[in-house]
Design a binder for this molecule. Structure first.
Ligand code: GDP
Ligand code: MG
Length: 220
């Protein structure tokens, strides 16, 4: 390799590195109340154990940038913390539309495994899937091709709590925690939007969180 080629490669890497650092990728983090969305925002901002979150998120907060580094890669993402109660679901849609969100993480926990009649996640998931798969926005405007997200993550949080509760040693993708969301995932896939199933702990496992984000960016 000549000196010039080496120099060109080095410059290329520098430019790409700076671009990746400055250019923020828009992520939408949604899900029912108490799944760990606020905890995840904290985890993305400052890596480490997140203190117990006591306050409930009200409405839609301003999106903030998070610079993430893992192994040899780094990305900047932008995400907003939004409440999970049904009255805030329309704020999820606003967030998606206003920021042209590229990747969506729909967070769940194990409440539907604990109690079969708890349908918090299923109802919120149906709302999200219907909104994403629809050809029009709630205001009646037709969606442009680039207004659809690149991928949807279905992330099961609080792994630290439930890992020993349910006997399972197969593949993550087949874990029974994802079972009720199959139909929605099928609908998204039919629409050409891939889904990423993931298991993690937003409160205590930064590596898992960062790896999930990087996997989504790299694979889709
Ligand atoms: N054990 C455990 N608790 C968590 C985890 N993520 C969130 N929590 C707790 O779950 C509760 C709800 O979290 P929060 O982030 O406020 O959820 P949000 O309503 O979706 O914003 C809080 O008490 C958190 O400390 C986790 O990964 N493990
Ligand atoms: Mg919250």
């Amino acid at each position: 390799m000549s000196l010039m080629t080496g120099f060109a490669i080095l410059m290329g890497e520098l430019v790409l590195g700076t671009y990746k650092k400055l250019h923020a990728i828009n992520f939408g983090v949604y899900g029912s109340t108490m799944v760990g969305k606020t905890t995840m925002q904290h985890q993305l901002r400052t890596r480490g154990e997140v203190p117990q979150i006591k306050h409930r998120t009200v409405g839609r907060e301003r999106a903030t940038r998070k610079y993430l580094k893992l192994d040899e890669s780094a990305y900047t993402i932008r995400s907003a913390d939004i409440g999970g109660e049904a009255i805030y679901w329309k704020e999820w849609v606003k967030d998606m539309k206003l920021r042209k969100v590229k990747y969506i993480i729909f967070m769940i926990d194990h409440r539907h495994m604990e109690n079969k009649s708890n349908l918090d996640h299923q109802v919120a998931w149906k709302y999200l899937v219907d909104t994403i798969c629809s050809d029009i926005w709630p205001n009646g405007k037709k969606k442009k091709a680039k207004e659809y997200p690149l991928a949807i993550g279905l992330w099961a949080n609080k792994y630290d709590i439930w890992k020993d509760k349910y006997e399972y040693d197969g593949k993550i993708e087949r874990h029974p925690i994802f079972e009720p969301f199959k139909y929605g995932m099928q609908q998204l896939n039919d629409k050409g939007i891939p889904t990423h199933k993931y298991i993690m702990s937003a409160k205590s496992e930064p590596e898992m969180v960062y790896r999930g984000v990087f996997t989504m960016i790299k694979n889709y």
